[in-house]
Design a protein around this ligand. Structure first.
Ligand SMILES: *Cc1c(COP(=O)(O)O)cnc(C)c1O
Length: 475
């Protein structure tokens, strides 16, 4: 039998409709059942069968998917999920993923409509953060890749000969606060600069970069013969959601002739909120910006985005001239620049469709409202933490992240308590360290999370803490 299309189109159509119905059933009842449950070893075992020689029926495979995969997800679509920084998705994004799968576009380049959709989405992103419309950008896996592309672009803008001769011996150094995400030192590592070439600037008591210290560090590095080339501010730190003073950082960076980058992985979405926009001032001056549509914008994974103010510098860092990828004036090989000129990927999926449909359907106003509602839920949780004896708010709540300590418990007990909470299925916060102390960390990224869910989480934390204190006195 040649080709892979079904002979029985009616059969696949039926099962396809059933799948779609069951996905909607699940989405409609997303808050029911546990947030997360551990995957039993029998289920893990059930996914090991070796490469099948003769294929299974789609019915049989779908049944295995329902039995072995669906019940054991991370739970980030459930309103009780408050850990790390996870988006929750929407039915609209899900449908767009399905449509994109049907189209199977390769968005590396060439002249076709899906490329125009991605160009439109990049224009929207530039508009959202206030960067000029002639900037460039592309959709990538996530902010890790977007930050990496920014580091590559900034270093090549500093010295284009790196592309041919490598990074060696140039003494390039960059700066980010101690609170910056781990993907930034990793980007320096992957770029061949070395993670130590990312100088870590101390933060003030409000968890924002000490910009005075930044100036001193740049001057000291210059004096020592290093070549400062990049400063990265963060809009929404991963630990407690602080927003660096982007206006002040931009002023220092540009006065020193240094590339100004912003990691706004989730914080960028706050640009759509009239209430929080002001705090992100300076973001519009970024030379490059990394953020995610798959976090606060609720687009299904994965959908990161990198934006670059100067499209020529962006393309200069990545574009190649290859006989088998030649650009023409007309025909399918027209339409340069191609997205493969803006990052390391050649073949690229149609991520833009789910972004276009999500933002296109909900609109910027409703997205801004959703962001504010998440922050309201976080503020309510913070107030309850402050009112509750034995709990201590460990960092100011700038946006949507609440970090609190549990008095009377050692760090290891706090971490065990959070693991207990995960296994209870009631809620899934994560942990981080704030000023040396282990914190329970609730990030309200999920558009489905309300105070009902944060109350349930906090009630469970209070009860689990009480049990542990009782066990201590009994000992
Ligand atoms: C999540 C996050 C990242 C990494 O983004 P990914 O999409 O997970 O690669 C980088 N910086 C910050 C501030 C983040 O919150």
């Amino acid at each position: 039998m040649a080709g892979l299309d079904p002979t029985d189109w009616r059969g696949i159509r039926e099962i396809g409709h059933r799948m779609l119905d069951e996905v909607f059933d699940r989405m409609e009842h997303m808050g029911e059942g546990p947030v997360w449950r551990p995957m039993p070893s029998a289920a893990r075992q059930g996914l090991k069968e070796g490469l099948p020689e003769k294929g299974h029926t789609l019915d049989a495979l779908y049944a295995r998917y329902q039995e072995l995969v669906v019940p054991y997800g991370a739970g980030n679509t459930h309103p009780g999920f408050m850990g790390w920084v996870h988006g929750a998705g929407t039915p609209v994004g899900m449908l767009a993923e399905m449509l994109a799968g049907g189209l199977n576009a390769n968005c590396g380049g060439r002249d076709h409509a899906p490329i125009e959709v991605e160009r439109e989405v990049i224009r929207w992103a530039l508009q959202m953060v206030g960067m000029p419309q002639d900037g460039s950008g592309c959709l990538v896996t996530g902010s890790s890749m977007a930050n990496f592309i920014s580091v590559i672009t900034a270093s090549r803008a500093q010295d284009l000969a790196i592309r041919k001769n490598g990074i060696g011996g140039r003494g390039l150094v960059g700066y980010a606060a101690t609170t910056a995400h781990g993907c930034l030192p990793r980007a320096f590592d992957l770029a061949g600069l070395g993670s130590e070439a990312l100088r870590r600037v101390p933060v003030l008591a409000d968890h924002r970069m000490d910009v005075g210290a930044l100036s001193d560090m740049i001057a000291a590095d210059r004096k020592a013969g290093f070549v400062p080339f990049m400063v990265a501010g963060t809009a929404g730190t991963v630990d407690c959601g602080a927003i660096d003073d982007l206006v002040a950082i931009e002023a220092v960076a540009h006065a020193a002739g240094i590339w100004f980058h912003v990691d706004a992985a989730f914080g960028a979405l706050a640009c759509l909120s009239p209430r929080f926009k002001e705090q992100l001032s300076g973001i519009e001056k970024a030379d490059s910006l990394a953020f995610d549509f798959h976090k606060w914008a609720q687009v299904p994974y994965d959908a990161g985005c990198v934006l670059v103010r100067d499209s020529h510098k962006h393309a200069a860092a990545f574009a190649q001239s290859l006989d088998y990828l030649v650009r023409e004036e007309r025909g399918l090989a027209a339409g340069a620049p191609w997205f493969c000129d803006f990052g390391p990927d050649l073949s690229r999926g149609f991520r833009a469709l789910k972004v276009w449909m999500t933002l296109g359907h909900y609109g910027s106003e409703r997205m801004g409202d959703m962001v504010e509602t998440c922050c309201d839920v976080a503020a309510d949780l913070a107030r309850r933490v402050e009112r509750t004896e034995g709990l201590a708010l460990l960092a100011p709540v700038t946006l949507n992240i609440v970090c609190f300590g549990l008095d009377g418990l050692e760090d290891v007990e706090v971490s065990e308590l959070v693991q207990d909470l995960h296994e209870s299925g009631i809620a899934a916060p994560s942990t981080t360290r704030i000023n040396g102390r282990l914190a329970v960390r609730a990030a309200i990224i999920n558009h489905r999370t309300t105070t009902v869910h944060t109350d349930r989480m906090l009630d469970a934390v209070i009860a689990l803490r009480r049990d542990r204190l009782r066990a201590q006195t009994a000992r």
